[in-house]
Design a binder for this molecule. Sequence first.
Ligand SMILES: Cc1cc2nc3c(=O)[nH]c(=O)nc-3n(C[C@H](O)[C@H](O)[C@H](O)COP(=O)(O)OP(=O)(O)OC[C@H]3O[C@@H](n4cnc5c(N)ncnc54)[C@H](O)[C@@H]3O)c2cc1C
Length: 307
Amino acid sequence: MTYEHLKDFCISRNIDIRFNEPMSIHTSLKIGGPADIALFPNESSISELIKTLTKEGIPYIVIGGGTNILIKDSGIGGAVIFTSRINGITQNTEYRTQDADTECIFVQSGCLLQKVINLCIEHGLSGMEGLAGIPGSVGGAIAGNAGSFGYEIKDVIKSVNLVMPDGSIKNLSSSDIGFQYRSSNITSGAIILSTILCLRRDEPFKIKKRFVEFINEKKSRQPVSKLSAGCVFKNPKDIAAGKLIADAGCKGMRFGDIEVSTMHANFFINRGKGTADDFLKLMDIVSKKVKDKFGIVLEPEIKVLGR
Ligand SMILES: Cc1cc2nc3c(=O)[nH]c(=O)nc-3n(C[C@H](O)[C@H](O)[C@H](O)COP(=O)(O)OP(=O)(O)OC[C@H]3O[C@@H](n4cnc5c(N)ncnc54)[C@H](O)[C@@H]3O)c2cc1C
């Protein structure tokens, strides 16, 4: 299949298709070269699209909010699937449980995590307020088991629907997803389509109070208004990566236009003209400093994608 044929296929299915799409406009770091193809399917077209890409041997990756990725300056070969148009939330009796204290909601993967949290507050559903202020989509949060303040998204997940590379839909229960600290075993090629989240009933004003406390705490500790991709490295056991980086003397260190945040050393900031190359070099320098000083090898939390 040529790209022209793929374009015809997409137009006939009402799928927005773009060629040579700059990825810098789709990432929170505002970094990333062009993707050969960018695809914006909706719920009814995604299965057939994935099946077609697989059949035609066109490689693809999936992106939600682009808030935990570094895309290389050389861009992405093949296709990028965006989930932003698969973003519904359903709260109805079909998903109710026998337990009067809990309620389940159905959420599609491209829905913004903060939109779900707002709905939960409004309807008195507790369990997600610790994820306050984490940007990005529900799919991205599940893929990386996002968390903070002792909360992790895995704790509220009942099941997940995936689109498999052959276009089939697979349902996994939470225990099959292999959640660990900032990771899951959802393999590349499988796309999270939707999830059922189960939450505990509580008074909306109590949930809101906790939410506001978490947001304020986050704003006081993290450079949330700057261009970043969140924490660059995972925390090694029993110690914060940010503390190791700060104690290795790296706070404020710069390479090109990328800077180790002076507020939280595990956040690297794009000061405007930063590149992926600069970012990767700074990661190398910081890792080496931490290894030399503490003998600890830091593992990246952000996903580096691209050719
Ligand atoms: C200011 C700031 C603060 C942050 N604070 C936190 C925090 O407190 N805790 C925390 O855990 N994270 C934090 N992050 C990181 C990030 O926001 C989260 O990891 C978020 O859940 C990523 O979601 P996303 O949709 O942006 O994922 P993306 O960046 O789009 O993708 C991340 C990974 O998930 C995969 N993915 C995305 N969608 C799907 C899907 N539908 N199916 C399969 N795979 C998928 C991608 O392929 C990629 O490998 C922060 C980031 C920023 C910028």
